[in-house]
Write a new protein. Structure first.
Length: 311
């Protein structure tokens, strides 16, 4: 997620941040929400980054409505939340797991409420830190109320097919640390980030996430291609194919009167015939072939001094 109010938080799977969709920010309440894809059987981690130079922060993490972790994040430091500590000597990782769909009548009223399922929430507060270096206690551990197998009511799932579960219990050595979280005095909320997770296929079906290359294979390629062309017309690459419009041929609009008894007018008449024949000759053999099919009248031969009767 982009840096918001000095805080950057991402959800990582296999060391890579998950894509975030439809990010919305409410400046008045300092809250940000977005959608992320979930992957069944995958462990995930939350990366909390304090980008400020001097502000002390404390982050509280909730998953599916259950409190799991509290971490102090110093200036310009990152904290990784990838496990919970049920006891001083054990830990369990966080995993995206499939829920078990059951009929509504089989669940209690509390179990029927799925509004908090499918949500990872990180609340960040800023404040003052009063350390007590001489006092040491076992590392942060708490009872986690995340069930190993969550029941999801069939008629209220609303696309919720996955939930968060805990991995197998693993051993860890006892660690001692200074009491720092209890000495943190909050001075106000810095940010509240909510990640709503659903299977990628559901996000794509709802139009929240764009179809990827794998998912597109399930759709009709030809119909989708036509829709893409209709919605997003693109110019054809290459030179312009604008048809050429030939210039109009020169036409003779002048009315010429000849007196064939004069040598001068005969020369003008011969020049006029040349102007008519020249464009036809320039059109090539095809025009010449058409020209041959037209019946030609013999040209009259006028002699100097001859008088032609017009009646």
């Amino acid at each position: 997620m982009p840096i918001y109010n000095g805080v950057s938080i991402t959800i990582n799977v296999d060391g890579q941040p998950l894509s975030e969709y439809q990010l919305q920010v409410d400046e008045a309440t300092k809250e940000a929400t977005c959608w992320i894809p979930s992957y069944t059987g995958k462990e995930f981690s939350i990366i909390i980054h304090n980008t400020t130079r001097s502000v002390q922060m404390k982050a509280s993490v909730k998953m599916d409505g259950q409190s799991t972790n509290i971490r102090r994040v110093g200036p310009r430091r990152r904290e990784i939340v990838d496990r919970c500590r049920p006891s001083p000597t054990t830990y369990r990782t966080f995993i995206f797991s499939p829920g078990q769909l059951v009929d509504n009548d089989e669940l209690s009223l509390e179990a029927l409420n799925v509004t908090r399922v499918g949500v990872i929430q990180v609340s960040v507060h800023e404040g003052l830190l009063d350390q007590i270096p001489s006092l040491t206690v076992p590392g942060d551990y708490r009872e986690i109320k995340i069930p190993d197998k969550r029941m999801i009511p069939e008629r209220k799932k609303k696309g919720i097919e996955e939930c968060i579960s805990l991995g197998p219990t693993q051993s860890r050595p006892i660690e001692k640390q200074c009491v720092r979280l209890d000495s943190f005095r909050s001075t106000g909320r810095r940010a509240k980030i909510t990640f709503r997770y659903r299977p990628l296929a559901f996000l794509q079906a709802q139009g929240i996430a764009p179809p990827d290359s794998v998912e597109r294979d399930y759709f009709n390629t030809s119909s989708r291609k036509r829709k893409e062309i209709e919605d997003n017309p693109r110019p054809v690459a290459g030179p312009s194919k604008t048809p050429k419009i030939s210039a109009p041929q020169e036409t003779l609009k002048e009315v010429i009167k000849f007196d064939i008894s004069k040598e001068e007018d005969l020369e003008k008449l011969r020049a006029l015939w040349d102007r008519i024949d020249k464009p036809l000759a320039e059109k090539g053999p095809s025009a010449a072939q058409v020209k041959k099919e037209v019946k030609q009248e013999p040209r009259p031969l006028f002699l100097k001094g001859e008088v032609i009767g017009l009646t």
